[in-house]
Design a protein around this ligand. Structure first.
Ligand code: ZN
Ligand code: ZN
Ligand code: FE
Length: 741
């Protein structure tokens, strides 16, 4: 007999995906109530469990609408459905969470305030008027306050703020936007702002603290502001003296500073924005977007000699209130000394930022883990992650093949760690350079987070081949089975994985430094990827780096190495050394002592930037390449004879310099020639699919040119989007390599 639509049935639905902390249970409650179904919903370690009871037709509607009408931030990765015996339940309820089984529910990243919360913030009749910590199920802090799963207030850093009756009523009302919004708070019961001196003396609390902080910024002062995942250091971005002072105190002489503006309208004044760039800026992740800058009244010291500006919109109600109060953009750079991890704790901030800031705008909601601002750049019409952190971590990335129960510990610089689970890869947030003080603590904390929040079990550890990376040494000391993965192979697999590409393919891995199979420094690699491994089918011509590591800081050393390779001691030009030092370095080159061999594309960029006189001594990592890209005057010309052997290229550049050709033109020809080198190598390899990866492909001009030329030549180029092309993406490739073992 076929069951009629009036037959009462009962279903149990196990829902997996992004379903906690996004208003999913209230949505289920409303849907079930509307359809007059009985039953219950509750969070589980795996996601959400629902039991619904009622007429068969209504149950079918419920199932369909559950997926179709889910809340905007929710994502369903799977729904298991089973029949149950009806229990005669008529009413629907939301049940308390249970903690059992392996936690697999996804923790959301921290999200910028939603439109409704911003409206409350500006409404004098609302309880949350001008309250810097307001949030709801659609927005607010998440990963930065979570201490355990399932996601409940008791397992966040909000546990010490008991809700007032008004907040409690909203929290318990399934029809309210703040229903079960775990960090919900108001001026009566929630965290409070505090303005303090650098010795920790409280000057003001509440709204007056914000107003006085704004006044200090107007007067050119440096204010440390506690944000979601850490502190920002802020100054008036138009005030040259204030920016200079911030740079001096932070010991960051030249590296570009990010700017925060109140609104998209403000961002449009600073930068030339495409619709996609605007969309990224206004997205809940609120990343720093690197976009072409417009001439304007920003202080020259914000991003000197850079055609791009890192711009972002406010990421919390606090930043919204402050920026609205100011009416001008601020520099908002991470609150740390140069190269150290961002500061999170109030006491730590006083100790570490007291010498940099004039005042501190802090509050009493603890930060569970440090999370930097994310950085995104649009390349070839797609967003490319440069630094994946706030707003994105810890959302997983879909991976083509992953290594279950493997921990990947990443590289040494721009470190991230990752674990895989069920076809998804969970990345840590950007952790920074592991040799910086305190960075290694952040690294170990991130591994603990994988264990505690994602219940990752570690049977294997994948690490870089480099014996001296701190991540490698951690892996070695851990006792689990070890998989050592060549650096550039990991870069290529990372890019292939996020493009769901299994191979064969030609990997073009261009970066600054990576430990090669032969013990030399690789970095201009063409790797043929097979299902079981790779072969290095070509690489850029090698040269020696006088002084080794020091060449990273001194592009002129790369220039000297390149010139020596072509001309020996008879240098046609001087790359900017005093004669005694030059002779010493030439002696090192001639004898091959302290002058390691490299095929690095990054060092070739350095060499050209130094030869052009743009950047002989770098004051931050990547400066030479950034300046070389910044001066490009786009054109179609390339130097003849494009090949992995760059001799003809360098000789042509020296000719152009001698003939006084404009630097912007030379730079464009150089970039264009490198794109031809890639096309040339692709032809020689005979692989249709070409994978562009490594830090060099953060360069927009190079990437877009290579993509276009490869397409014109009949190849299919692939590049990074969700995972950084730089060493921040290595962990994904390490996982894939471990899975292929
Ligand atoms: Zn909201
Ligand atoms: Zn309250
Ligand atoms: Fe690299």
């Amino acid at each position: 007999m076929i069951a009629g639509s009036a037959t009462i049935g009962r279903l149990r639905l196990d829902v997996r995906g992004v379903v906690q902390g996004v208003g999913f249970r209230p949505f289920v409650y409303r849907l079930a109530s509307e359809l007059q179904l009985g039953g219950w919903v509750r969070n589980s370690p795996a996601g959400v469990v629902i039991e619904v009871e009622g007429p068969a037709a209504a149950l079918e509607h419920f199932r369909r609408r559950l997926a179709a009408e889910r809340p905007p931030l929710a994502a369903l990765h799977g729904v298991d459905c089973a029949r149950r015996a009806p229990a005669g339940e008529r009413a629907f309820s939301i049940r308390a969470s249970r903690r059992d089984g392996r936690p697999r529910a996804l923790v959301l990243p921290d999200l910028a305030p939603c439109a409704d919360c911003l409206r409350d913030l500006r409404d004098p009749h609302d309880r949350h008027f001008r309250y810097p910590f307001t949030n709801c199920t659609n927005c607010g802090p998440r990963f930065s306050i979570v201490t355990g799963l399932p996601y409940d207030r008791a397992r966040t850093t909000m546990r010490n703020f008991p809700m007032c009756p008004a907040c409690r009523a909203e929290y318990e009302n399934p029809l309210d936007r703040r229903f079960h919004a775990q960090p919900t708070a108001c001026p009566v019961c929630g965290p409070r702002l505090q303005l303090t001196t650098t010795t920790g003396r409280t000057l003001r609390t509440g709204d007056p603290a914000l107003l006085d902080a704004a006044e200090a910024l107007r007067r050119g002062r440096i204010v440390a502001i506690k944000g979601l995942g850490g502190f920002h250091l802020a100054v008036d971005a138009r005030n040259q003296q204030a920016v200079r002072e911030l740079r001096a105190r932070k010991r960051r002489p030249a590296k570009p500073l990010a700017v925060m503006t109140a609104s998209l309208a403000g961002a449009r004044i600073l930068c030339q924005l495409s619709p996609l760039e605007e969309q990224l800026l206004a997205s809940p992740a609120a990343p720093i977007v690197l976009a072409g800058r417009r001439p304007g009244d920003l202080a020259a010291g914000v991003a000197p000699r850079n055609a791009c500006l890192g711009v972002m919109l406010p990421s919390t109600p606090l930043h919204h209130l402050l920026l609205a109060e100011l009416g001008f953009p601020i520099v908002a750079t991470s609150g740390n000394l140069s190269d150290e991890p961002i500061c999170t704790d109030n006491a730590e901030a006083l100790a570490r930022l007291g010498t940099i800031a004039d005042l501190l705008l802090i509050h009493d909601r603890p930060i569970a883990r440090r999370i930097d601002d994310s950085v995104v750049r649009v390349i070839a019409g797609q967003p490319m992650m440069i630094r994946r952190a706030r707003g994105y971590a810890p959302l997983p990335i879909d991976a083509a093949d992953d290594g279950g129960d493997t921990l990947a510990v990443g590289g040494q610089f721009k470190n991230t760690t990752a674990v895989a689970r069920g076809g998804r890869v969970f990345f840590s947030q950007h952790l920074g350079d592991l040799d910086a003080p305190r960075a290694f603590d952040a690294f170990e904390d991130s591994i603990a987070t994988h264990r505690d929040l994602f219940d990752a079990r570690v049977a294997k550890i994948a690490c870089d081949l480099h014996p001296d990376y701190r991540s490698t040494r951690y892996a070695e000391s851990h006792g689990a089975a070890l998989v050592r993965v060549q650096h550039h192979y990991a870069h290529v697999l990372s890019c292939m994985s996020e493009n769901a590409l299994r191979g064969p393919a030609l990997g073009v891995a261009w970066d600054g430094t990576g430990y090669g199979l032969d013990g030399t420094i690789w970095g201009g690699e063409f790797l043929r990827i097979r299902p079981d491994g790779f072969s290095r089918i070509a690489h850029l011509r090698t040269f020696r780096l006088p002084g080794g590591e020091r060449a990273v800081r001194e592009p002129r050393r790369s220039a000297l190495g390149v010139l020596f390779e072509l001309f020996g001691r008879d240098l046609p030009v001087d790359p900017g050394f005093a004669p005694p030092e030059r002779d010493l370095l030439l002696a090192m080159l001639a004898r091959g002592v302290q002058a390691p061999v490299t095929s690095s594309a990054g060092r070739l960029f350095d060499a050209v930037a130094a030869l052009l006189g743009l950047c002989r001594v770098a004051r931050f990592e990547g400066q030479a390449a950034i300046e070389l890209e910044s001066v490009v005057e786009p054109c179609e010309e390339a130097y003849a004879g494009a090949a992995c052997d760059w001799e003809a290229l360098v000789r042509a550049i020296l000719d152009d310099i001698r003939h006084g050709v404009d630097v912007g033109r030379i730079s464009a020809r150089f970039h264009n020639s490198l794109a031809e080198v890639i096309v040339h190598a692709a032809r020689a390899a005979g692989e249709e699919r070409v994978v562009l990866t490594g830090g060099c492909f953060q360069n927009r001009y190079l990437s877009e040119r290579a993509i276009r030329r490869l397409r014109e030549s009949g190849f299919r180029p692939y590049w990074h989007r969700q995972v950084p092309p730089n060493d921040g993406g290595l962990a994904l490739g390490q996982l894939v390599a471990a899975a292929r073992e």
